[in-house]
Design a protein around this ligand. Sequence first.
Ligand code: UD1
Length: 429
Amino acid sequence: MDRIKIIGGNQLNGVIPISGAKNAALPLMIASLMTDDTLTLENVPHLADVEQLIRILGNHGVDYSVNGRREHQDNGYSRTIHFTARNIVDTTAPYELVSKMRASFWVIGPLLARMGEANVSLPGGCAIGTRPVDLLLECLIALGAEIDIDNGYAKARAPNGLIGAEYTFPKVSVGATHVMLMAAALAKGETIIHNAAREPEVVNLADCLNAMGAKISGAGNSTITIQGVTNLTGARVRVIPDRIETGTYAMAVAMTGGDVLLKGAQEELLSSALDTLRQTGAEITSTPEGIRVVRNGNGIKPVDITTEPFPGFPTDLQAQFMGLMTKAQGTSKITETIFENRFMHVQELARLGAKISLSGQTATVEGVERLKGAPVMATDLRASASLVIAGLAAEGETIINRVYHLDRGFEHLEEKLSRCGAQIERISG
Ligand code: UD1
């Protein structure tokens, strides 16, 4: 298994290209199941989760082809991929595939809407809490689906098609909003979703579905209205820049000091996190090319945060922000409201010398002057990123084990950081 070795202490200076968002690319790829025409996605990041979803979609009958790098795509990472689901050959998503990536459960919406049936394995446990799928199923039942749970599978049927409905989510869920959008796009009549997730990835999906011929208005607000259509066509859609990758590198610069342009990043995708970073003392400016992050000389000021659905502070940046706060000049409180058990990085950060105490859903971080390198273990995707941030500022050598977590969501992480002056390398094997 690969490991990452970091020798901490260097500032970051230069340019980091921001990749397409993993969390936007996944639902857009799944939307390709909804038409027999070709859906072309630009700016798809090269990530383990994307490759895994390509395998899952292939199992349902989706063909794909990848364009070579275009000359104007100067960052050299993103790809344009064409997805064509001419025929759906299988409406079952088996446990072996779904258990590897939770988001693949979302195929239930398109399969049900297009084929009138779907058998999708329940995703099972997950390192950051129980993460049930009750909301994803309830919104489909609201659209007229019949669902049985049998032998670990959700068996969904809508023999006469789905029917538009008015539905209020009892809790904000990104995945359930994606699923309901896709299902309602091909349902008969009007659907109104209340308490929908407002994340930029939901807007990217709604824009994609509209480009395919759907009639969706209001995405980005808590109420979304969908007029069902009978079929969707192909389209060409661009994946939005990754706001979590943007925030992660912004926090890395705030941690090490330096001056970095996050090329292609967009402030409006993560205003709340950037405002928080400004309060810690980083200078952040939006330019036509991206977001520039500078921290020179001054120490890191402690700031309290609470994670919230968009537009609040994202849970996917909580671990990285905690990494930054371990070296703040004072004490900060970090409260996690979205996921239970999303503090697995605390023990690992402690191995680097961080002082963190946990009480329920709140972590109290007492900033220390020095972190010291150590072997640590990546426990999930975002937790791993927090260890990178801490490692970049720790004295001596930090070895991060179980790097496959990072590979799920960060494209060329060590290359991007080392080009800006970090001493970071991958050790294979
Ligand atoms: C997505 C993101 C993930 C991010 C999360 C919250 C992707 C691929 N993943 O995950 O990175 O951390 O949004 O911003 O886009 N819940 C239920 N029942 C359900 C579904 C969810 O109780 O049926 C709960 C979850 O346990 C959690 C909360 O709702 O407490 C929010 O989860 P949700 O927004 O659905 O997360 P995902 O879509 O899985």
